[in-house]
Design a protein around this ligand. Sequence first.
Ligand SMILES: [Zn+2]
Length: 167
Amino acid sequence: MSSVSDTAQVISQAERIVPALVALRFPMDPLPRCIVGNNFGGDSKLYGPGAHEGVDITATLGQRVFAVDDGVLSRQFLDAGSAGFGWELRATVGDVRYRYFHLSGFAEGLTTGGTVVAGQLIGYVGDTGNAGAGNYHLHFEVRPGNVPVDPVPLLAIPSSCRVLPKP
Ligand SMILES: [Zn+2]
């Protein structure tokens, strides 16, 4: 009976927590290759045991990766584990973090604690960490309150990208 107002309430709560998540900027150059894996959650043979906390976007080596929001590079991953090279970005507005894994390299001049603006180049797609050799893709996470949520419904996905169905 009150489903419309319930929905509105849920949306307004979500917007309070993560105001930047309305049509989130796409994290990667869609060309020359962009296949959105739609594989948030569940176990993954490829990416290790346990829940998959992001989405994998298949690309080519060196494809550009961008900040999706204004924020601070709160953590740099230096190829020490499954993440490979990567960034965690903390949004300036709203309690949300974004993570980017398996990069081949970082944009020049960026360090932990540095500020970036939405759309800024922060790195390049690669296959570091547990991506699998030659399996060039961006692992991308959205973490409101540091809890991972499925990025796919939030993203403004360019028309040149293919989106795989949920497995
Ligand atoms: Zn992944």
